[in-house]
Design a protein around this ligand. Structure first.
Ligand code: ADP
Length: 469
């Protein structure tokens, strides 16, 4: 099949979170299966842009509210992504350093989508499927079906994948003046709760809707930031497909960010050496259990609960554990993580940053990964932890519920808890500390985890079946 993915992020071109990992891997596996999968994204000013050569494949312009926007489509050369990558450049709008976080984001992503559609009209062999990811590309299914200018694209089928329904691309109705002409009878499809809602619009208009785990799909009907009724209405075309991981990037036997590699046949010495290096670097005693957190410091990730839980664990088990936290996000949450540096200087380290190499080292060296998420559509951190023999401590929600089984169950390997509360996190840390003392059991769990297959093969196949339907 001929598939075009449209996304704001794609690893390693521009990454903020799991969306990038998925869009950087799924098309690669689809290509390996014999399909033609391409990716279109905005031309963010990241290192990838400057480190690669580019060919200009299309130059044109579009009009929005009477204003002319020239745009250029460039195609990446000399890369080994495993699929064709196209970036959309609209001067002054898309050529910026950050992926999100600008006041005019809603407008930037509207123009991005219009440029992609304008470019698509010029294709001789149009894609059979346009696969849009999250709200940044959520208006495309509507515009293809009901936009007056896009009739040449009408036969293309659209799939929406929701990576996180908390963010929906809201816009006030005034923004309709920037939209290209559409069939006015269909205006209601753009709205939810009296404003333009790109994600809701995509759920209504896409031919198929997926999200990144079966449990999250169920949860969306009763907890989706205002879209609950919509997910109930559209349930007939919605399904959960669990994310895979890119096994080339995330492999402790070859990982380019590790000095010491290890395989699932010989886990213990390799993990220990990685831990030794990391502990020397951070000034920790290697024999103590090492807990890590990697991720966005926001309430959805339990970032407001974790500092208190870590603090109480240090008080309850003085000198018995080490913790490293890597992430950034909400400034207030960052501050509460920072305060722990003064209170527990011997056993706690914090890096408020985005640091891909360090994240790989942490997955490889840690004994336990903390994921006390309130909302976790799929979660990739726990899958990477499993691959690197690190026991995940997770709240049972979304994809965490689908991928981690508590070690108290016959087939289990992780530590699970139910409530997003300091008490439940603390209780899980207590269980982890007890478990850590039972070396044989820990080794057996590591072996079990590393033998679980979370590669993309199965999920990529499910997507193709969906496209074929
Ligand atoms: P999200 O909700 O942020 O998308 P996921 O679990 O789906 O969460 O994916 C998070 C991805 O981002 C993982 O690859 C994780 O390793 C990475 N990540 C998150 N924060 C950081 C950070 N501060 N430094 C490096 N990698 C990070």
């Amino acid at each position: 099949m001929n598939i075009l993915h449209i996304s704001a992020e794609c690893f390693p071109v521009a990454k903020v979170g799991g969306l990038a990992d998925v869009v950087g891997a799924l098309p690669k596996y689809q290509t390996l299966m014999g399909h033609e999968a391409k990716v279109a994204m905005p031309m963010h000013k990241t290192n990838f842009l400057f480190e690669h050569q580019w060919e200009t494949v299309h130059k044109s312009h579009l009009f929005s509210n009477g204003q002319k926007f020239p745009f250029t489509i460039i195609k990446a050369q000399n890369h080994n992504l495993g699929f064709e990558l196209f970036c959309v450049d609209v001067n002054g709008l898309l050529d910026r350093e950050k992926v999100y976080g600008y006041e005019d984001d809603h407008f930037r992503y509207l123009i991005f989508q219009l440029a992609v559609l304008e470019w698509l009209k010029s294709w001789h062999h149009k894609p059979e499927i346009i696969h849009v990811h999250d709200h940044h590309a959520g208006l495309i299914p509507f515009l293809i079906k009901h936009g007056v200018d896009y009739s040449p694209l009408k036969n293309i089928r659209t799939i929406l994948t929701i990576h996180n329904a908390q963010y929906q691309g809201w816009m006030s109705k005034d923004n309709l003046m920037y939209f290209p002409t559409w069939d006015e009878w269909k205006t209601g499809l753009l709205f939810w709760n009296d404003q333009i809602n790109s994600l809701a619009c995509a759920v209504k208009c896409a031919d198929g809707v997926t999200t990144v785990s079966p449990t999250y799909m169920k949860q969306l009907s009763f907890e989706s930031n205002g879209l609950e009724d919509l997910f109930r209405q559209e349930a007939y075309k919605c399904r959960g497909i669990i994310n895979g991981i890119d096994e080339e990037v995330w492999d402790p036997a070859t990982d380019k960010h590790l000095d010491v590699h290890f395989q699932k046949t010989k886990i213990q010495p390799g993990k220990q050496q990685n831990k030794l290096q990391l502990c020397e670097h951070f000034g920790f005693r290697v024999e103590l259990p090492l807990f890590v957190f990697i991720g966005r410091m926001v309430d959805d990730k339990g970032g407001d609960l974790l500092p208190a839980a870590i603090n109480q664990a240090f008080v309850k088990h003085p000198g018995k554990m080490n913790v490293i936290v890597l992430g950034s996000g909400n400034p207030n949450i960052e501050k509460t993580f920072e305060r722990l540096c003064d209170i527990h200087p011997a056993h706690y380290r914090l890096s408020i940053s985005y640091n891909e190499p360090l994240s790989h080292k942490l997955y490889a060296s840690a004994d336990f990964l903390l994921m006390p998420s309130r909302v976790e559509p799929c979660g990739l951190n726990q899958l990477y932890a499993l691959r690197y023999g690190t026991i995940p401590i997770v709240r049972r929600t979304g994809g965490l519920n689908d991928t981690v089984i508590d070690f108290g169950d016959p087939n289990g390997f992780g530590i699970c808890f139910n409530q997003p509360s300091v008490e439940d996190i603390l209780h899980s840390i207590n269980r982890a500390l007890e478990l850590f003392g039972r070396k044989r059991e820990v080794n057996a769990l590591r072996k079990k985890m590393m033998n679980i297959n979370h590669g993309w093969q199965e999920s990529a196949k499910e997507y193709i079946e969906l496209y074929q339907q």
